[in-house]
Design a protein around this ligand. Structure first.
Ligand SMILES: Cc1ncc(COP(=O)(O)O)c(C=O)c1O
Length: 375
């Protein structure tokens, strides 16, 4: 059976792990600092903080923007609940924006037609490792003084204008270090901030709002002079998770290269069949596909056929306005692009653990499916 996504290979020296436990520094510590430094280098930004999940990263970024009740956040419904739930946890409401039916990502044309009353932020999801139309989105958002937050979880390693997704234009870029992502810490999230003030706020919010530098006095006691003037929570990343992720950062280039090569192989196979094609990515991008997103009019029969034959494929995410927890979310009627994309999208495995046998099998199965279904 070929899985849609898989846990990356993690090799580590058990005695190094044992040392962390022996040191007593399991919550915070040197590995967290090293991890932030390594990602800082990778994404060419000093303003980076690790937290305990992708959802915490979204929540804290919105809190740093002082987003709360009465505010509105625009986003695409084609995303993970890990991204949308934290938006309503701030007390803000979501306004769903339509997507481009060929990419599944925010449609700038639809964005331009939206009512922007009380809109404070725009959340962009880079679908399956493809890249959204960032320059147009940011141009629009800047002209309306709306903050932009990218969830680049599925696109770690993807290139936009020859650089990895970082805070070049957007205010925040978020990555997950969850179990089956390009790099796993088992659980964790990364926040890249454009503004160092946001970084300072998040660094406090992730630990209840306290100022860790001044929290204790010279006796090591809690300093009564160190005020807590914002309400945060416990969103810290820990030393053990950081240790695991650090082992993989060393192999970042070969891991992302493997995702990219697999994507190229899949594109070559897909070209042979006219009932399935890759979904779109913006023109200045080079995706490092977490999964290979395709479009096919045979979504359900093909999904069942491939699954029954040992290849796990998926529609990936359900349009989020289907969930009643979001209420009506200002949605007068279903969005055309979303509905069309949801009916045709099918994601195929693309991860580094796939073998030649997978590509061969997929090709044979697609050929067979085509012969049986096209006429
Ligand atoms: C776009 C996106 N963001 C965030 C997440 C959250 O990932 P996790 O909960 O593994 O950290 C996912 C999960 O697949 C996702 O697809």
């Amino acid at each position: 059976m070929f899985k849609l996504v898989d846990v990356p290979s993690i090799n580590f020296n058990p005695s190094e792990l044992q040392e962390i436990f022996n040191s007593g520094q399991i919550a915070d510590g040197e590995y967290v600092k090293q991890l932030e430094k390594a990602f800082s280098k990778l994404f060419s930004t000093k303003n980076i903080v690790a937290v305990n999940s992708d959802s915490s990263a979204v929540f804290l970024s919105l809190k740093a923007l002082c987003i709360g009740p009465g505010d509105v956040v625009i986003m695409s419904p084609m995303t993970c609940l890990a991204v949308s739930i934290p938006v309503i946890q701030t007390g803000a409401s979501i306004k769903w924006c339509d997507v481009d039916r060929t990419s599944g990502m925010l449609s700038v044309d639809s964005l331009r037609e939206m009512n922007l009353d009380n809109v404070k932020a725009l959340v962009v999801t880079h679908w399956a490792g493809n890249v959204a139309d960032l320059s147009e989105i940011n141009k629009f958002a800047r002209s309306k003084k709306i903050a932009v937050l990218e969830d680049a979880t599925e696109a770690m390693g993807s290139l936009y204008k020859d650089s990895m997704l970082s805070v070049t234009d957007s205010d925040f870029v978020i990555y997950s270090l969850g179990p089956v992502k390009h790099i796993t810490a088992i659980e964790g999230g990364l926040i890249l901030c454009k503004d160092p003030i946001h970084l300072a706020t998040i660094s406090r919010l992730k630990r209840f709002g306290l100022d860790r530098k001044n929290f204790r006095d010279s006796d090591g006691e809690i300093d009564p002079k160190s005020d807590v003037n914002m309400v945060g929570g416990n969103y810290s990343f820990n030393n053990i998770n950081a240790f695991f992720a650090l082992q993989q950062i060393k192999k970042f280039d070969s891991v992302t290269d493997s995702f990219r090569k697999n994507r190229a192989r899949l594109i070559k196979i897909l070209k042979k069949y006219d009932f399935i094609e890759p979904s779109e990515t913006c023109s200045s991008s080079d995706p490092c596909s977490w999964v290979m997103s395709t479009l096919t009019p045979f979504q359900l029969p093909l999904l069942r056929f491939l699954k029954n034959n040992g290849i796990i494929v998926s529609k990936l995410h359900l349009k989020n306005y289907s969930y009643s927890c979001f209420g009506d979310s200002n949605l007068a009627s279903p969005l055309d692009g979303v509905e069309q994309f949801q009916r045709t999208v099918l994601c195929l495995p693309c991860h580094p653990k796939l073998t030649d046998e997978y590509f061969l099998k997929l090709d044979i199965l697609l050929k067979k499916f085509g012969e049986e279904n096209e006429s």
